[in-house]
Ligand binder design. Structure first.
Ligand SMILES: [Zn+2]
Length: 297
């Protein structure tokens, strides 16, 4: 934290030069008629992109294949935030580094915090409950409309389409996970699916906590291997954006097969390049869960 503070002081000293440059840049952006939206990571990025369509310029700070919990923003990233008209993020609980970014925002910029209207939960991965996405998408649409009233109808139409997609996904998850042979998700990753599990009456065992921090203890590994063996589950789940070595060892040790679960916050370089949507990643999750938990439709 001290290192980041020091960095911020240096940046503030250089601020006058940067501000004159960024103001110039800003007026150019405005002349293109594009509102500039910067997202902290992939979840706010993909939602903002869907609500904005081609009317706004949406980018994200987190590089593809980086995870949001322990990311350290580069000085370039902090400076680029000066250019944002709208900054969208999940929460300082999920992304502690966002606290260092927020003071860099222009005083006229709008900040949208996904957790502001989310249900209270121990699990900061709030987008794993579809209900939490409705007020978040609405807040993004409101911020875009405030900065760019000329595209109000487009933002409203995209918001409506997004909400319909959420309703359909929720119906598919509820129906698809109703009648399953197994009801415990054995996840060889971090605790990112707690909200999803509780929404659909499933149990969750994860190897790590709610972030990627820390090494897995030998004791915890042994416990999870034991739980997988006892459960008799033929499948365990893994995060495809993480190294698969550990998951492979656990699969070999327990005889269970691996299926992917997508956290959305952390995507592969390929998925980022393909601009894969939130809905698509959640559909992939449903397919994996139905197969792994042996659900009947
Ligand atoms: Zn996470």
């Amino acid at each position: 934290m001290k290192k980041t503070l020091f960095l911020l002081i240096i940046l503030l000293a250089a601020g006058a030069v940067f501000l004159s440059l960024t103001r110039k840049q800003k007026s150019q952006d405005a002349s293109n008629g594009q509102v500039k939206v910067i997202a902290s990571g992939y979840v706010p990025y993909t939602v903002a992109k869907q609500i904005a369509g081609d009317a706004a310029d949406v980018s994200m700070l987190l590089p593809a294949n980086a995870e949001p919990h322990s990311f350290e923003p580069t000085p370039g990233a902090i400076v680029s935030v000066h250019n944002a008209d709208v900054f969208v993020y999940v929460s300082p609980r999920l992304e502690p580094w966002v606290t260092d970014i927020l003071p860099s925002l222009d005083k006229n910029a709008l900040a949208v915090d996904a957790a502001a209207s989310a249900k209270p939960s121990k699990d900061p991965h709030i987008w794993m409950d579809f209900d939490n996405m409705i007020p978040f998408a609405q807040a993004i649409a409101q911020a875009l409309t405030q900065k760019d009233p000329a595209h109000q109808e487009q933002y409203a139409a995209n918001l409506k389409a997004f909400n319909s997609q959420l309703e359909e996904l929720d119906r598919q998850f509820a129906r698809g996970l109703e009648n399953c042979k197994y009801r415990r998700i054995m996840h060889v990753g971090h605790l990112a699916f707690g909200n999803l599990a509780s929404r659909y009456g499933l149990e969750l065992t994860a190897l790590a906590g709610t972030s990627h921090d820390g090494e897995h203890s030998v004791k915890r590994l042994a416990q999870v291997v034991d739980l997988i063996k006892k459960s008799g589950t033929p499948y365990v789940f893994t995060e495809p954006a993480l190294s698969q070595n550990l998951a492979g060892v656990l699969a070999q040790e327990t005889g269970a097969k691996l299926l992917p679960l997508y956290t959305v916050e952390h995507v592969s370089v390929q998925d980022a390049q393909d601009n894969v949507s939130y809905a698509e990643l959640m559909r992939r999750n449903l397919t994996s869960l139905q197969r792994g938990l042996e659900c009947q439709l």
